[in-house]
Design a protein around this ligand. Structure first.
Ligand code: FES
Length: 117
């Protein structure tokens, strides 16, 4: 007989302080769904990766993803564990998200989006 664990969601330790998922999906500019790549994601996510690395904090990481389903809102990224979705448009927006949210733990309200499913 095996024992059954009775852990709740909050009992499981977080591996990272912050984990960013950034959409790298690229579709042709004329594709009806649009894409984060067509909206200029690539240079923003390259900057995001460099800025995260520059923090020197190994518990803040980024993962490149494919489409997350909200293509018209692109370029989009989501930060866990909070589950906050952002739509940065400029390199300065990316820098602010890194400094204020990923490192500082405070929302960058002006860049938040709330995708609807
Ligand atoms: S292409 Fe980025 S969410 Fe769909």
């Amino acid at each position: 007989m095996t024992e059954t664990a009775t852990l709740s969601l909050t009992d499981v330790p977080q591996v990272y302080k912050r984990h960013v998922f950034a959409c790298f999906q690229q579709r042709p500019p004329t594709h009806p769904r649009g894409s984060c790549g067509a909206a200029g994601a690539q240079p923003l996510w390259e900057r995001l990766g460099k800025q995260i690395e520059a923090t020197g904090q190994r518990d803040i990481v980024m993962t490149a993803t494919g489409c997350m389903g909200f293509c018209q809102a692109g370029p989009i990224m989501v930060v866990y564990p909070e589950g906050v979705w952002y739509q940065p448009r400029t390199p300065e927006d990316v820098d602010e998200i890194v400094t204020t949210h990923l490192v500082g733990g405070t929302l960058v309200e002006r860049l938040v989006i709330v995708p609807r499913i």
